[in-house]
Design a protein around this ligand. Sequence first.
Ligand SMILES: [Zn+2]
Length: 305
Amino acid sequence: MNAREKEFLMKKYRDLRVQYEEHNKAFNTNPSIARIEPFRIADGLYYVGDRKVCIHLIDAGEGLILIDSGYLGATHLLIDSIFRAGFDPKNVRWILHTHGHSDHFGASDEFRSMYGTRLAISRVDAEMIRQKPHYAHVNGNSFPFAKIPEFDYEIEDGEIFEYGNARIRCVLTPGHTQGVLSLFFPVTDCGVRHMAGLFGGAGVKAITLPYICYNEDPEDCPQQMLQSIERIWDEKVTVHLGNHPYNNYTIEKRERQLREGGNPFVDPDSWHSFLSRLQGQVKNVMADNETIKAEMKAFLNESPK
Ligand SMILES: [Zn+2]
C-alpha cells in the first residue's frame, strides 16, 4: 500500500469512525439503556454482559472467571450484574479476553486495581498492542479516559487455561484481530454434559480495507477469518456463546426462555448456523473490498499528484 492509497483509505476509516461514534452516542450518554438482567446459561455459567457486548461469568469453585469485561462506560452495569447473579465482584480472579479491542477489556483495568483480578489475553494480541497501541481502538472520542490495561498472562494457541475447576481450551482464530482466541470448555445442564464454544472475534467491519489500513493488518485478514472458521468448524459445540449478542441471538434466546422456559442456549444447531452466516458475511466483505480498491484506483488516477 503506497502513501496515497493509505491516505484514501484513512479518510474512509475516519468517516466510518464518525458513523460508529454517532451510532454509539445514545449508549455512551447513558449506558443503562443496554442493561439486561444477568441470567444462568448452564451450571456455573452466567451471562453478565449487556445488549452491546457479551460478558460471561464462570464460577470455577475457588473463584470467578470473566470472559471479557465490556465497555469502560458500562463497568457499573457489569458490577451490578455480578451481584445480581449472586456473586461478589471481589471474587473475580481472572478476566480472560477474547481479543484486544477496548469494548472487550473496558472494565479490566478497574477490576485489576480494585480486586486484584489478573488479566489474560493471547500472546499475539498482547504483542500487537505493545507494538501499536492504536490497535486496541482506545483513542476514540467515546471514552477519552479509556486505557489499555497491563496484562498479567499471555496465552498461547491451543493452551488450556486452567483455574479452579475450569478448563478452557483457547484456539487462535485470527481475522478480526491477529490474536483472537476462540474458547471451548465443558459445562453441564440438568445433569447432561455439553461443550460451550465462543468464537472470539466475529465482527467483519475489522476486515474491511479501511480498518485493515488503520490497524496495519495484513491485507488477507478476510481469508484468515475464513481459515479460522474452518479451523473450529468441527468443534462439537452444543452451548454456543456470543462475543456480541447478535452472534448467537443472546437477547432473543433469553426472551424466549423467559416466555417459554427450557434452555434455548442448549442448541446443537446454533454453532454451525452462526459460522455459515459468518462465512457469507466475510465473502460479502471480500467483494466490498474489491469495490473499494476499484474506487480507490479510479480516484487516484483522476487526481494525479
Ligand atoms: Zn473487536
